[in-house]
Design a protein around this ligand. Structure first.
Ligand SMILES: [Cu+2]
Length: 506
């Protein structure tokens, strides 16, 4: 079962619940979120969050580093790591010997100072996915590169009105991203504000659920793929929650689970469903909304969702993913093993799987406070649109495919979108390829205004949006608070590495 270090916070929370009953829930969660993981400085106190398998092991929350007095000082080292797996170990890449890396928890107005050491044998760097911070200097500047053995200190200054929500960090050095993320380099960033402080939110049991799908093996060959797999976007051997296969949560009736779900897979899509209880969504990528009752929840690579699950009666609840067809990439690489098979690359399919089980015990009774303080969303109509811009995603070529935006593969010395700071633009992003692609823009979140198939636009603010084959989406993007140069790209990370990325200068 758990290593003693990793199980400490879980056990103490459960003990508190048993000793003092449900009344202690809010206090227990608050204490956990403020104290779990060893304070505001240094490396995490619990470096190994993985547990032996097979499946059915207890759910494990990543260690946490929490800001204090407006600052969070963090040191991360990216390095190969043998993670626990099925009574033995598997080869992974990890931050501070933990798959996933430690969760960083901060508040609007805070400064996060983060030193990244590169213990890999290839270059790396860091992107704070979704954070609305400057892309310049040593902030969220993905043009920096850290050589093997080197280090770099980033400093992120969060605006005082930064939206609350679930964000994440991962490498972003072009050409190496898919392998490093699928190897395990990812961690959550949580920004909390007054909404999180409300009693109804504090009364829920908050958990981070990072979904990854690594290849399983004992050496670095798990990081290599065939060209067919690369063209389709690599998928791993198992979908894990915080590094664990199908973990189990023990919970009591009358409580509310609050899950911050992050799709940290390189390419795999998840269409989440819950059996045995219902889900209410209160956030996607930025800020909060709702609650909105959801039956299925599509999560592309890079996307997040925050959901509430009320535990009203005893029983077993299962979080699963349905199979998601991801079309067919051009240029398959022919007879490559394990990926697309013959000819043009073959069909890409994210398979169905069970992800997580909740075993609920106790007398039946409605869970209290399955809601939240609903914030008001800025009305789309009130946002004056200064310009429209058309962007197209495409793929072509045989063998190693060419993945392009507006007909061009990524070039580091070319500005593709020149935007005037302080303006709001509508971007109409069209997918002219035979696979869906998740479009991701750094730094500036957007709203989805409409979809060409007439389906309901995504609620709330996003930074990553799915664009189905042959369709387009209209995105409304206020380019405010920060100027600078960064990128937009496909978040199927193999596609990004193959060139489906472009530069924006605001
Ligand atoms: Cu793509």
């Amino acid at each position: 079962m758990n290593t003693p270090l990793a199980s400490g916070p879980l056990l103490s929370r459960r003990s508190a619940l048993r000793l003092t009953g449900l009344g202690a829930l809010a206090a227990g969660v608050a204490a956990c979120s403020n104290g779990n993981g060893g304070g505001a400085t240094g490396t995490p106190a619990a470096p190994d969050s993985s547990v032996p398998l097979p499946s059915g092991a207890a759910f494990v929350q990543p260690a946490e580093l929490v800001s204090a007095n407006g600052r969070l000082e963090v040191t991360l080292e990216a390095a190969p790591y043998m993670a626990s797996w099925n009574g033995a170990t598997r080869y992974a890449l990890a931050y501070n010997g933990s798959v996933p890396g430690p969760t960083l928890r901060a508040r609007p107005g805070d400064t996060i100072r983060l030193t990244l050491r590169n213990g890999l044998d290839q270059p790396t760097n860091l992107h704070t996915h979704g954070l609305h911070v400057s892309p310049e200097g040593y902030s969220d500047n993905i043009f920096h590169m850290i050589d093997p053995g080197g280090s770099l200190t980033y400093e992120y200054e969060l605006p005082g009105d930064h939206p609350s929500g679930t964000f994440w960090y991962h490498p972003h050095h072009h050409g190496f991203v898919a392998a490093q993320v699928s190897g395990g380099l990812a961690g959550a960033i949580i920004i909390e504000d007054d909404i999180d402080d409300s009693p109804v939110m504090r009364a829920s049991t908050e958990r981070v659920l990072i979904i990854s799908d690594p290849k399983i093996g004992t050496d670095e060959s798990v990081l290599t793929v065939t060209s067919a797999e690369q063209n389709n976007g690599r998928e791993g051997d198992a979908a894990l929650i915080n590094g664990v296969l199908r973990p189990v949560i023990d919970a009591e009736t009358g409580t509310v689970e609050r899950w911050r779900i992050i799709n940290a897979s390189s390419s795999r899509y998840y269409r989440l469903t819950l059996s045995g209880a219902s889900m209410s969504q209160i956030a996607s990528d930025h800020g909060r909304f709702g609650p909105i009752a959801v039956g299925t929840l599509l999560l592309t690579p890079g996307q997040r969702a925050e959901v509430l699950v009320s535990l009203n009666e005893a029983g077993t609840i299962t979080l699963s993913t349905e199979a998601v067809a991801r079309g067919m990439s051009m240029g398959g690489g022919g007879m490559g093993m394990g990926g697309g098979g013959m000819g043009m690359g073959g069909d890409a399919l994210s398979p169905a799987a069970d992800l997580l089980t909740v075993v609920v015990t106790g007398p039946a009774g409605a869970a209290p406070g399955a809601g939240m303080v609903t914030p008001s969303l800025e009305a789309l109509d009130s946002m004056v649109v200064d310009a429209e811009r058309h962007i197209s995603f495409g793929a072509m070529g045989m063998g190693r495919g060419e993945f392009v935006i507006d007909g061009k593969p990524f070039a580091a010395d070319r500005v593709d979108a020149d935007v005037l700071f302080g303006t709001t633009e509508d971007w109409i992003v069209t997918n002219n390829s035979m696979m869906p692609h998740p479009f991701h823009l750094h730094v500036w979140p957007f709203r989805v205004v409409e979809r060409s198939d007439g389906s309901e636009p995504d609620p709330g603010w996003r930074d990553t949006v799915n664009i189905p084959t042959g369709q387009s989406v209209r995105l409304r993007i206020p380019f405010r608070d920060f100027s600078g140069t960064t990128v937009y790209h496909c978040h199927i990370l193999d596609h990004e590495d193959l060139g489906m990325m472009a530069i924006i200068d605001v």
